[in-house]
Design a protein around this ligand. Structure first.
Ligand code: COA
Length: 164
């Protein structure tokens, strides 16, 4: 495994991790069999790609902040804080969404990234955070529970957890 000389931090999207972001996300998409088309424009104009994400913005009909989990030149994953909930997000999505790209999984990064993300969420006024995941997503459930997530109920396909 690659040794990180600096503990990863949650930062606003930055052009400083261009190569590792693009290769990490591409590896992740190929592993999951998801769409890779968006990587073309992102690689052609990474400055514009970052500029569209480096500030608070309305997404999913609520204000949201995107963070990247970064150690020096290494991009490890993304965490999104939604400042409020809609009825839809209250069932599926919650306040915080995240992923760690495939090369960095199973090394405790998501667990630590969510811990830091909860601090950021509090700065955005989210003192009690809702997190959701499908029952089959055991890794995500572990990440939520290790951060103090208390299971509320299953609504639709999603398990709902509250932290705080
Ligand atoms: C879920 C996800 C963020 C976990 O990232 P990660 O960095 O691998 O997580 P961690 O290393 O912090 O591991 C957390 C726990 O899950 C376990 N785990 C991780 N991947 C696992 C796997 N594939 N199978 C079984 N357990 C797994 C770890 O062993 C750890 O458990 P432990 O502390 O009891 O040993 C990552 O798999 C991912 O990005 N998945 C796709 C996107 C996603 O599902 N996001 C969440 C949507 S709700």
């Amino acid at each position: 495994m690659i040794t990180l000389s600096e503990p990863p931090r949650l930062v606003r999207p930055t052009t400083a991790v261009r190569t590792s972001y693009l290769t990490g996300e591409q590896a992740d998409c190929l592993l999951r069999g998801t769409d890779t088309d968006w990587l073309g424009p992102a690689s052609e104009d990474f400055d514009a790609f970052v500029a569209a994400r480096d500030h608070d913005k309305e997404r999913w009909d609520v204000m949201s902040t995107v963070y990247w989990y970064v150690s020096e030149e290494h991009y490890l994953g993304t965490l999104v804080v939604r400042h409020t909930l809609t009825p839809e997000l209250a069932v599926d999505g919650g306040h915080i969404g995240y992923h760690v790209v495939a090369p960095w999984r199973r090394q405790g990064h998501a667990t630590r990234m969510l811990e830091l993300g909860l601090e950021r969420a509090r700065e955005h006024g989210v003192s009690r955070a809702l997190l959701t995941c499908v029952p089959s997503n055991e890794p995500s459930r572990r990440v939520i529970e290790k951060n103090g997530g208390a299971l509320d109920e299953q609504l639709g396909n999603e398990l709902r957890f509250w932290i705080g």
